[in-house]
Ligand binder design. Structure first.
Ligand code: SF4
Ligand code: SF4
Length: 150
């Protein structure tokens, strides 16, 4: 299922190492969050069981695991692949879809809190760069469509 997306040789070494567990903030603070279990199931061809798990969305993408990994691989590759898989299957949390829809519409992941900014004496937020983003998105979609048609 994730063949071609993940390097299974590196993932196999990762499954036998496990060192990152002690430096990963999510592992240390979130009960049940354990990329080692996800990796074990991916290698066993059982990744589907994680597609609807909240745990795959609890990776902070802090890159701690990547930074310390002797093979420069990291837990995070497995967690990112699982998130992409879950999204492709429509099994992502509703907040992810809402965040994406807002990003495409406004170029932002959330609206700046005007009252809070005023209270702190902060200036008006800058432009989001939405127009440029939409142009890039259009080009990306056209290129993707073109490559699928070949
Ligand atoms: S990137 Fe994710 S898996 Fe890696 S250390 Fe950070 S939270 Fe943990
Ligand atoms: S990411 Fe690297 S250091 Fe961390 S458990 Fe896997 S192989 Fe070991």
């Amino acid at each position: 299922m994730l063949d071609g997306v993940l390097n299974f040789d590196l993932l196999d070494k990762c499954s036998k190492c496990g060192a990152c567990f002690d430096v990963c903030p999510s592992c240390l603070n979130i009960e049940g969050y354990d990329p080692r279990a996800v990796i074990k199931d991916i290698l066993a061809g059982q990744s589907g069981r994680w597609a609807s798990s909240i745990h795959v969305w609890q990776c902070l993408e802090c890159h701690q695991c990547l930074e310390m990994c002797y093979q420069h691989y990291g837990f995070e590759n497995a967690m990112t692949a699982m998130r992409l898989y879950a999204t492709a299957k429509g099994m992502h949390p509703p907040q992810v879809k809402r965040g994406w829809d807002m990003f495409v519409k406004t170029g932002r992941l959330g609206e700046p809190a005007a009252a809070g900014r005023k209270k702190l004496g902060l200036p008006e937020p800058g432009e989001s760069g939405k127009e440029e983003f939409l142009k890039l998105l259009k080009l990306y979609r056209e290129a993707k469509k073109g490559s699928q048609a070949q």
